[in-house]
Design a protein around this ligand. Structure first.
Ligand SMILES: [Cu+2]
Length: 292
């Protein structure tokens, strides 16, 4: 009893940190690693931040904007077949806008708001990236280049974009639409929910016979009463009276244990027979030394 109680206490102690709801975290105390890369030790990260360098072709900062972006499973509920999503799938800004993004992760897993295709002389790897692990918020700022362009925004965690966490950001008129933006543009591979699970068609056996090389063999193996079955039946009929006599008046558990014993004896007898057969065969193969 004491053992059970201590085991229960141990189980609760182990599962407590897992079951506990994660607290919302505002990632404001970030360490600046230079080149617009900031992070903390709690799963918050900003990459490609640019608060003051004007991109080539921009005379001045055209506008200063701020948005709040949410990421989470619940935003995917309106898009069938998806699992994750941002609260918005499209953004539009004027060229040379200075934008601050407040990225809020509503899930208890890791999400990102990652922009691609920015000029590499200003943004390392052409990327602006915000990341939060678990529920929380992080903010970052960037300045957009002057040209009309559509940028991909997504979460780069494995399968999150494929499962719906994808959006587009248009600067000026943009440069067209990206595919597979939930609720916005056509999917590259469209899931079809109109049909239920396809019916499995089992081909009749007759068609198989035309393909097989030896239809005679197949016919014998397919026969309802095979030779093996006849032998089995005969053995059963012969053994039945002997077994009935043996088990007469025995309780059920004893009958079962006796049967197992008999099987074990049979198997050991068979093994002995096989080993002796092998020994016989191998001794026959010994090559006699040539007689002089
Ligand atoms: Cu994600």
């Amino acid at each position: 009893m004491r053992k059970i109680v201590s085991m229960a206490i141990l189980a609760i102690a182990i599962s407590a940190p897992v079951l506990a709801e994660k607290k919302f975290m505002d990632h404001t105390r970030l360490m600046d690693h230079g080149d617009g890369h900031l992070m903390d030790m709690d799963g918050g990260m900003v990459m490609g931040q640019n608060t003051d360098i004007l991109p080539g072709g921009c005379d001045k900062i055209a506008a200063t904007k701020e948005i709040t972006v949410h990421a989470g499973h619940k935003y995917s509920e309106k898009f069938p077949g998806t699992m994750f999503a941002f609260d918005k799938q499209e953004y539009q800004f004027e060229p040379c806008t200075k934008l601050t993004v407040n990225f809020v992760n509503d899930d208890s897993i890791r999400h990102q708001w990652m922009m691609h295709g920015l000029p590499r002389y200003l943004y390392p790897k052409g990327m602006f990236h915000l990341e939060v692990t678990g529920p929380g918020k992080i903010s970052g700022t960037l300045i957009f280049p002057p040209n009309d362009k559509t940028y991909l925004v997504h979460c780069d965690i494995s399968q999150h974009m494929e499962k719906g966490m994808k959006a587009q950001l248009k600067i000026g008129k943009g440069s067209g639409d990206l595919p597979s933006i939930p609720g916005l543009t056509a999917y590259v591979i469209q899931d079809d929910y109109r049909k239920s699970i396809p019916e499995i068609v089992i081909k009749p056996k007759a068609t198989k016979k035309t393909v097989t090389k030896n239809s005679k063999n197949e016919a014998t193996s397919d026969a309802v009463i095979s030779g093996v079955m006849i032998i089995g039946l005969a053995a059963g009929l012969l053994l039945a009276p002997i077994l009935v006599r043996r088990f007469k008046g025995m309780p059920a558990d004893e009958i079962i244990s006796t049967i197992f014993e008999m099987i074990a004896q049979g198997i050991s007898l068979l093994i002995k027979l096989i080993t002796s057969l092998i020994a016989m065969v191998s001794s026959n193969k010994v090559i006699e030394p040539p007689k002089k």
